[in-house]
Design a protein around this ligand. Structure first.
Ligand code: GUN
Length: 280
């Protein structure tokens, strides 16, 4: 039987640690503050933003909520970000992605002060990650490192294959695994012989956005499998990028969906907020 990596329990531990750190700060009259910006009414984004605000409340982080209409212009959004950059009370700024058509995401991300970029998306923070300097790290990949470490899974010297090369997950994930001294391969839609490459992995991290694509044929016996995907199937059941029932019996450890990687993203966002506040 594989070890089922319990993201719900591990994320709760991290949130409780954050809560204790905030209690210490609050005793001194210091309260971290996260500004959360949602543009438009994408249903998934609305749920994510609601969960982020709830987590802030649990931990004791003050959250400022900006819910802007779909018709918001890029210039209006940039003006709000510039105002929040200058606001001494605010130490974290989060703009929920994706943004409506007509607003350039790169411009928005670049406008957030790198010192308040708790998502770790600003090119300065990505560059710092690349050259091994401290900075904010993208929450989902940072959460995966925590899942592995807190499940006592060794990373150093292991063959790690990452499927997916997005700016939010695949690329920062590869840099973090490299920092942990894994040997890293990044695969994508043009990779030849994907099954053969994936089968080399001691640790296989899947972030491709295709429901149940990864079957047992892609997985070496005894590998650790981390599933970043989340999809709602007809009939409402949730599944990941990995065909769990097919793959799990061949692994030594695996993340379930839901309850694996998903809850870690918010926990690490909270961690980034508190850490950013402690360091400033
Ligand atoms: N949309 C999907 N994931 C994320 C995330 O981690 N941060 C933000 N800001 N938007 C997202």
């Amino acid at each position: 039987m594989p070890q089922i990596i319990d993201g719900k329990a591990i994320s709760q531990m991290i949130k409780d640690e954050c809560r204790e750190r905030v209690a210490v700060l609050s005793a001194d009259g210091k309260v971290p503050c996260l500004a959360v910006i949602l543009v438009g009414n994408d249903p998934a984004s609305t749920v994510y933003v609601g969960n982020k605000k709830k987590a802030c409340e649990y931990i004791g982080i003050k959250s400022l909520s900006y819910e802007l209409p779909e018709t918001t212009t890029e210039e209006e959004l940039l003006a709000l970000i510039r105002k929040l950059n200058e606001d001494e009370e605010v130490n974290g700024i989060l703009v929920q992605l994706p943004l409506p058509a007509g607003i350039n995401e790169d411009t928005v991300i670049k406008t957030i002060s790198p010192a308040k970029d708790v998502d770790g998306f600003h090119p300065e923070n990505v560059g710092k990650l690349c050259i091994g300097q401290p900075g904010f790290v993208s929450c989902t990949p940072a959460g995966i490192i925590e899942l592995l470490k807190r499940s006592n899974i060794e990373i150093e010297g292991k063959e790690c294959v990452i499927i997916g090369r997005s700016n939010i997950v695949g690329k920062p994930m590869s840099l973090l695994m490299l920092r942990e001294n894994a040997t890293v391969t990044v695969c994508h839609s043009r990779t030849k012989n994907l099954k053969e490459v994936a089968k080399r992995a001691d640790i296989l991290i899947v972030a491709i956005g295709k429901p149940r694509m990864i079957t047992a044929e892609y997985v070496k016996e005894g590998a650790v499998v981390i599933d970043v995907g989340i999809h709602r199937l007809e009939g409402k059941k949730l599944c990941g990028d990995v065909d769990y029932d097919d793959v799990a019996p061949h692994t030594s450890a695996i993340t379930p969906v839901p309850g694996g990687v998903g809850p870690m993203t918010i926990a690490m966002l909270m961690n980034n907020c508190v850490e950013g506040f402690e360091k400033r």
